[in-house]
Design a protein around this ligand. Structure first.
Ligand code: CA
Length: 231
């Protein structure tokens, strides 16, 4: 990887030995790294360093990994940055909460650095595939044709407004991820829009009325936003 184009990875981990080991392995693979030993510094570096991916330990001093994760996801500038969470086996229930709050993957401690590097590579491949942007998004019996701007459910065309279409597109592009109301509002309505996040709720409700299969598929995540269940 040429310097300058190398992906930058932020590692937030309060155990110095693990941090140094992960850092060394990632740099050996050509990635750029930055590191934080606690949650507060981690969050600060998320904003200042603009990492392409974040490796986030769950148990951290000052601010725990779940809170850091939640804050990364609620900031529209960092909402889409991939997060791999590090957890101990005993923290499995926290891991599930972590995924709910928007971590993209998790690795259980103790782990081999090689295995973690493999997960990092897999994550970047996933992100790149997404950025290629397919012209057709599928979700069970639901199909969205991005070129024709057409949505069909079980082969029957469903007329959607431009905003409903945009909202559904963003959900279909991010199955399994928690999308906050603020993020959806910014993506679909734009930063200059002065509506409230209630607008998002209203449009989600309309989407569900028009496309009944979304009733079970789109779940609301308490105090955060919405998630399209993974099939
Ligand atoms: Ca820790």
């Amino acid at each position: 990887m040429a310097a300058g184009t190398a992906k930058k990875i932020l590692i937030v981990e309060d155990e110095k030995e693990i941090l140094d080991l992960v850092k060394m392995y990632l740099e050996k693979e050509g990635y750029r790294t930055c590191a934080a030993l606690n949650g507060v510094d981690g969050l600060r570096q998320v904003k200042s360093e603009h990492p392409d991916l974040i490796i986030l330990d769950l148990m951290l001093a000052e601010m725990d990994g779940l809170e850091v994760c939640k804050r990364i996801r609620t900031d529209p500038h960092t909402a889409m940055t991939p997060i791999i969470m590090l957890t101990a086996k005993a923290e499995e229930s926290d891991m599930i909460v972590g995924l709910e709050l928007g971590a993209d993957d998790y690795v259980t401690k103790p782990f081999s650095p090689k295995a973690l590097v493999a997960r990092v590579k897999a994550m970047f491949r996933r992100v790149e595939r997404k950025e290629e942007g397919p012209s057709r998004l599928l979700y069970g019996a639901l199909a969205m044709d991005l070129l024709r701007h057409e949505v069909t459910a079980s082969g029957r065309e469903v007329p959607l407004t431009a905003k409903e279409f945009g909202l559904l597109e963003h959900l279909l592009r991010n199955p399994g991820r928690v999308l906050t109301r603020d993020v959806l509002l910014n993506v679909v309505w734009g930063y200059e829009y002065y509506g409230t996040t209630r607008t998002v709720d209203v449009h989600i409700r309309r989407l569900k009325q028009k496309i009944p299969l979304l009733n079970d598929a789109i779940v609301s995540v308490k105090s955060l936003g919405y998630k399209l269940k993974e099939l």
